[in-house]
Design a protein. Structure first.
Length: 199
């Protein structure tokens, strides 16, 4: 019997090499810390190696200073003595707490590969000023909700105009009854923003 799966929210924010630092900081802080116990809270921050020299340390510092524990890869650990070493398990973990895993990746390809391996197909965000990069992220990441330049905290039925939320399905529910092409189609919600965070 097919059922709706409202499962883990291992959500990611990917800061691309062409991301505005202030926007990335605002989105990362909101995505992780607005409400840590919801399924749309970011659990992993991915930073493009192309902007790691300028963006990684300020993003990590902002999270730490806001009271968030950071568990990072080797590059992330070098930015601040307060960063704890991330384990393989951390990349799969939905913390539902003020804890985030941070990793430097090799561009959009590295981000997509990481999300495919460790993600839960729930909600992912990309911060970038490059529309083509955002389009690739939207096309190649198979999650229920994808956001460009907006916080993952917008992942909510009410925010999407659907009334009170029952849950966010991460699977692909099969049709019942007569089936045509339309009945075989699933949904992927694509949200384009300009730095929006949820109050």
């Amino acid at each position: 019997m097919p059922v709706f799966a409202h499962l883990e929210g291992v959500c990611h924010v990917y800061v691309d090499g062409e991301a505005d630092l202030d926007m990335a900081r605002d989105i990362a802080l909101n995505a992780k810390l607005r409400r840590t116990g919801i399924c749309g809270a970011a659990e992993t921050l991915l930073v493009d190696e192309a902007c790691a020299a300028t963006h990684l340390a300020p993003l990590v510092k902002a999270l730490l200073d806001a009271g968030c524990e950071v568990r990072g890869d080797e590059a992330t650990q070098k930015t601040d003595a307060r960063v704890k070493a991330a384990t393989e398990e951390d990349w799969y973990t939905e913390y539902l707490d003020s804890i985030i895993a941070v990793r430097v990746v090799n561009g959009i390809g590295g981000a997509i590969a990481h999300i495919r391996k460790y993600g839960s197909s729930h909600t992912e965000a990309i911060v970038t000023g490059n529309q083509k990069t955002a389009d690739r992220f939207f096309a190649e990441v198979d999650s229920a909700i994808l956001l460009h330049n907006a916080s993952t905290q917008f992942a909510d039925g009410g925010e999407f105009g659907m009334g009170a939320e029952i849950g966010i399905a991460t699977g692909k529910f099969h049709a019942r009854g007569p089936v045509g092409v339309e009945q075989l189609t699933s949904f992927k919600y694509l949200v384009r923003g300009s730095g929006q965070v949820r109050p």
